[in-house]
Design a protein around this ligand. Structure first.
Ligand SMILES: Nc1ncnc2c1ncn2[C@@H]1O[C@H](COP(=O)(O)OP(=O)(O)O)[C@@H](O)[C@H]1O
Ligand SMILES: [Mg+2]
Length: 605
């Protein structure tokens, strides 16, 4: 592909433009997705509160047992407390299970909804988006990033939330138990918070880096595996193996750095946290000895302090995950919010019904977004009256296919205008516009579905009889009879089991069935042998009657019977006329006719 260099540059630019995730702010964008499920959220929240309350009641029980139960001579008091504790344990278990269910459910649902939303948006994006973004990267975001978010929402977030609740509850418990000891603890807190903030930023940057590298790996794999025959035919396996190894290792390196940063963070927090805790205990033990505090109180405080420390450790553990999810969310939200540069206006002008098929290009100048310096069309003007058949001829790279791309509004021209039935394409709804066209593209596409569904692609409500008729017209009837399941035969991904000519005929059958007012044929029969071409051409001739047809032609027979022949070179119209007129001018057309159509001419067409 001649454009690959500029595409790679564009991707790199795009990567540089991305700002690193600042904090966990992007996660807020998930809220609208979660708020749809208010009752589930409420259930999870209630379960969370109950479980936390149960956990926080343990230290109180411990104090009661120590200060009252042991002091009392009656063993019954102790038994009562323990029976109560067992009950609390059961409540804790039930509440934890319920929380787990609802939170995991929310995680899965969120990811399912996100995937649908992102996919739906990406489907609407224009061709220029796909020129600078590799599809492998989009798929990676859809799969890897959403999975990351699921892990976080479905488990890490629940761990974080539970520990946050415990943290607050236990901290309050600490204060209520002993204000002095709590004050001491509070004084030690900055020691823990500081590394969390400093290292957190580092971890966050590394997380994003790590995900980007995974996306690279996925893009590389998708691209090479998608063209595995080309890879093998050119003995490119070794180079690709090394290329893939290099991207995998870069992903590993990025992950290693992230893990290291998190390890250091954990080490700091755990050691500082525990030292601080022991210091506080030390002081408390001296207080008990001095008679300022009961043993039960100290036990209760210690219990709460342990809960706080445990909660902090768990939080620092999941903090990294939460940050990764913030990075992943940011990348997904980018895909969700990016808007197509091809948009219908808020109040589109309706195309006339029934459609006429009048097309006009007026002084159109256009360059592809990835090649801004080169005009693919240059001051291109063409007027086609309804029902005409117009042949476009010209050397390869002249801009013939580009004419179709603009007509289908995959791109907007920088200058000039294109109209269909008098309506400027920008003023119309792109879907309504495309509904009027049937395209046989230069590269036929066959999807991994049954033959019938492939042909029905442009008209899903077509009857079986109509599908069979289109199949016959495209000369595929005999071929399908040889297949085990006939029209229900499923094709492999991208129709690998079909020959080039068969794929092209599938594509033609699809256009025949679509039955649209404007027919666009881009070298539609180039992959067929002379014999089948003649027959398929008859079907196409029938189809061309009564509708506007643009044929990018490569055979004289097609060109000769066109109402107008447009000769293109370097994005310009160099001549327009009928065959005899153009031959008489003895220009580019005469040369092309001699070279390109020479064989047909000899064959007596
Ligand atoms: N998607 C694209 N991005 C950038 N350049 C393109 C793209 N498609 C085609 N071109 C360039 O535009 C010019 C016209 O291409 P095209 O219309 O496909 O020619 P033709 O169909 O006449 O062979 C060529 O120079 C080609 O390299
Ligand atoms: Mg072309």
């Amino acid at each position: 592909m001649s454009t690959s260099n500029t595409v790679v540059e564009a991707i790199e630019e795009e990567a540089l433009r991305r700002k690193p995730s600042k904090g966990i702010g992007p996660l807020a964008k998930l809220l609208p997705f979660l708020l749809v499920y208010k009752s589930m959220l409420a259930a999870a929240f209630v379960a969370l509160v109950v479980a936390t309350a149960a956990t926080l009641s343990f230290p109180i029980a411990a104090r009661q047992v120590l200060d009252r139960g042991f002091a009392d001579s009656d063993a019954g008091v102790i038994s009562q407390y323990f029976a109560l504790l067992i009950l609390v344990g059961v409540v804790l278990g039930a509440a934890s299970a319920i929380r787990f269910y609802f939170v995991s459910w929310l995680g899965e649902r969120l990811v399912a909804d996100l995937r649908q939303a992102v996919y739906a948006n990406v489907l609407t994006l224009s061709s220029s988006f796909f020129e600078i973004t590799r599809t492998g990267e989009v798929v990676s975001r859809l799969v890897a990033d959403t999975t990351l978010i699921k892990t976080v929402v479905g488990s890490s977030a629940s761990v974080a939330l539970r520990n946050l609740f415990t943290l607050f509850g236990a901290a309050i418990g600490m204060v209520l138990t002993s204000a002095t000891l709590s004050g001491l603890t509070l004084a030690a807190t900055p020691l823990i918070i500081l590394p969390l903030v400093v290292f957190g930023r580092w971890v966050r940057r590394l997380s994003r880096d790590s995900q980007d590298r995974i996306a690279d790996t996925s893009a590389f794999g998708t691209e090479t595996l998608g063209a595995v025959q080309t890879v093998q035919a050119f003995n490119h396996e070794e180079i690709d193996r090394r290329g893939f190894m290099s991207t995998v290792n870069q992903a590993f390196d990025a992950a290693r750095k992230r893990i290291l940063a998190r390890s250091i963070l954990t080490a700091l927090i755990v050691s500082i946290g525990f030292s601080a805790l022991v210091g506080v205990l030390w002081f408390g033990a001296l207080e008990v000895q001095a008679g300022q505090m009961s043993g039960g109180e100290l036990a209760q405080f210690v219990f709460y302090a342990f809960l706080v420390a445990g909660a902090l450790t768990a939080l620092s553990d999941v903090w990294g995950d939460v940050q990764m999810a913030a990075g992943a969310t940011e990348r997904l939200i980018e895909l969700l919010e990016v808007e197509s540069d091809i948009q219908g206006p808020a109040h589109p002008v309706a195309l006339p019904t029934p459609a006429q098929g009048a097309i006009e290009f007026s002084n159109v100048t256009f360059s592809y977004p990835t090649r801004p310096g080169v005009s693919a069309l240059n001051d291109f003007s063409l007027k086609i009256t309804p029902g005409q058949t117009v042949a476009i001829v010209g050397p390869s790279g002249a801009g013939k296919s580009t004419v179709f791309q603009l007509l289908l509004r995959f791109y907007d021209p920088q200058h000039g205008s294109v109209t269909l039935d008098g309506v400027e394409l920008r003023q119309a709804d792109p879907a309504a516009l495309r509904a009027e066209m049937a395209l046989v593209p230069q590269d036929s596409v066959v999807f991994g579905m049954s033959a019938a569904d492939n042909i029905r692609y442009g008209r899903p409500d077509a009857t079986d009889a109509e599908v069979r008729q289109a199949t016959q017209d495209a000369l595929l009837g005999d071929f399908f009879e040889t297949l085990p399941d006939g029209l229900n035969t499923a094709f492999g991904e991208r129709g690998i089991t079909l020959s080039g000519g068969q794929r092209q005929r599938m594509s033609i059958a699809r256009a025949i069935l679509r039955d649209a007012p404007v027919l666009l044929l881009d070298e539609a029969t180039s992959a067929l042998d002379a014999e089948s071409e003649k027959l398929v051409q008859q079907a196409l001739d029938g189809l061309e009657k009564g509708r506007t047809t643009l044929v990018i032609a490569h055979r004289l027979a097609t060109v000769k019977k066109a109402d107008q022949i447009v000769v293109m070179d370097e994005g310009r119209v160099v001549a327009i006329g009928r065959h005899e007129e153009l031959i008489a001018q003895n220009g580019l057309y005469a040369r092309l006719a001699k070279l390109q159509f020479g064989r047909d001419a000899l064959a007596g067409h």
